[in-house]
Design a protein around this ligand. Structure first.
Ligand SMILES: Nc1nc2c(ncn2[C@@H]2O[C@H](COP(=O)(O)OP(=O)(O)OP(=O)(O)O)[C@@H](O)[C@H]2O)c(=O)[nH]1
Ligand SMILES: [Mg+2]
Length: 309
C-alpha cells in the first residue's frame, strides 16, 4: 500500500485518525462508554470504584476515521502505591491524546473528584470536550446547570449528554469525533478493536468477575495474572490464572465456603472468555498469597503501569 492510498479512500476522501483519552472520576462510566463505542467488550466494568487499573485502548472506525479510545483508571485521591500509579497513568494518558473527553456522572455532578479533575484540566492543553454521562438518571434541567457550571471552569469545545448504558446521544458524539480528529493514516489494522493481548484480557475478565462477586477490601487487595495458555488439538484452550491476594484471610474469602466463591468466579469468567475467543475454554484458577504484591515492581509491569517510587 502506498502512502497516498493509505490516506485517501477509493472515493477520494481522506482518512482521519487519532487518540481520544477518556478521563473522569472513578465509576463515571468510562469503560462502559468505550465498550459501547467500540461495539465489543475491551475493558472491564463494575459497579465498584477503581475497576480499571491501566490504560486500555479500544479502537473504533466511524466514517473514514479510526478513533483510538484510551480508557484510563478513574482519578481519585490516591492512598496506596497502586492508587498513585493508576492516577499518574490516567493523567499521562490525557497528555498523550489528540483530544480529551472528560466524563462526568451526571447524577453525582461536580462533587468530590470531578471538581478536582476539572481544575487539573486547566493545565492540559489539548482540545477538550465534556461528556455528561448517565443521563438516564437525571432531569434535563439539572443537566443544563451541570453543563454550565463545568464550562465555567474549563472552556470545552463541545458538550455532549449521553447514556453509555442505553447508547442515547452516542451517535452525535461519534459523528463529532470522526470530524474532530486530524487527517492521517490509521494506526491499527481495520479489524483490530483493542491493543490488549488475549492473555491479559482473559485476566481482566476474571478480575471483573471477582469485583462483581467479592466485597469490601478484597477486590482492591487482589490482582489476576494469566500464567499458562495452551491451545489444544481439539480446538479448545486451557488457561491457568493466578489470583494474588495479600493475606491468608483473604485467600479464604476468595475461595469461599467449600470453594463456592472461586467456583462461581471461574464459571462466569470461563463462559465470557469462551464467548470472546469463540472456542471452548478450560479455566483453572489458583489463589496465592503474596503479601506485598502492591509494592512489587514486577506486578506493576504486568499491569502496564509505571512503578512509582
Ligand atoms: N444508569 C447508568 N449507569 C451507567 C451508565 N454508564 C455506566 N454506568 C454504570 O456505572 C458503573 C461504573 O461503570 P464503569 O464503566 O466501570 O466506570 P469507570 O468510569 O470505567 O470506572 P473506573 O474504571 O472504576 O474508573 C457500572 O455499574 C455501569 O453499569 C449510564 O449511562 N447509565
Ligand atoms: Mg473503568
Amino acid at each position: 500500500m502506498t502512502d497516498k492510498e493509505q490516506v485517501t479512500g477509493a472515493d477520494g476522501t481522506a482518512t482521519r485518525s487519532g487518540f481520544v483519552a477518556l478521563i473522569g472520576a472513578t465509576n463515571a462510566g468510562k469503560s462502559t462508554l468505550v465498550n459501547h463505542l467500540v461495539g465489543a467488550k475491551v475493558s472491564i466494568v463494575s459497579h465498584k470504584v477503581q475497576t480499571t487499573r491501566a490504560i486500555i485502548r479500544g479502537i473504533a472506525i466511524h466514517d473514514r476515521t479510526q478513533i483510538v479510545f484510551m480508557d484510563t483508571p478513574g482519578i481519585f485521591k490516591p492512598r496506596r502505591r497502586l492508587d498513585r500509579a493508576m492516577v499518574t497513568t490516567a493523567w499521562g494518558g490525557a497528555k498523550d491524546a489528540d483530544l480529551i473527553m472528560l466524563l462526568i456522572d451526571s447524577e453525582r455532578g461536580l462533587k468530590g473528584d470531578a471538581e478536582t479533575i476539572l481544575q487539573g484540566l486547566k493545565d492540559v492543553h489539548q482540545p477538550k470536550i465534556l461528556v455528561l454521562n448517565k443521563i438516564d438518571r437525571v432531569r434535563p434541567e439539572d443537566l443544563l446547570k451541570l453543563a454550565a457550571a463545568a464550562n465555567e471552569v474549563v472552556p470545552f469545545e463541545r458538550t455532549f449528554m449521553i447514556s453509555a448504558l442505553t447508547g442515547s446521544g452516542c451517535k452525535d458524539l461519534m459523528d463529532y469525533l470522526a470530524t474532530a480528529l486530524p487527517e492521517g493514516p490509521w494506526y491499527y489494522p481495520e479489524d483490530q478493536i483493542s491493543d490488549l493481548p488475549m492473555r491479559q484480557l482473559a485476566a481482566e475478565i476474571t478480575r471483573e468477575k471477582l469485583f462483581l462477586r467479592l466485597h469490601q477490601e478484597l477486590p482492591y487487595a487482589s490482582h489476576v495474572e494469566t500464567e499458562k495458555w495452551e491451545e489444544r488439538k481439539d480446538g479448545s484452550v486451557r488457561i491457568e490464572q493466578v489470583i494474588y491476594v495479600e493475606r491468608d484471610s483473604q485467600k479464604k474469602i476468595a475461595l469461599g465456603k467449600g470453594g463456592e466463591a472461586i467456583k462461581a468466579i471461574s464459571t462466569a469468567a470461563r463462559k465470557e472468555i469462551s464467548e470472546i475467543l469463540e472456542q471452548p475454554v478450560h479455566l483453572f484458577l489458583f489463589v496465592k498469597v503474596r503479601e506485598n504484591w502492591g509494592d512489587d515492581p514486577e506486578r506493576f509491569r504486568e499491569m502496564g503501569l509505571d512503578f512509582p517510587r
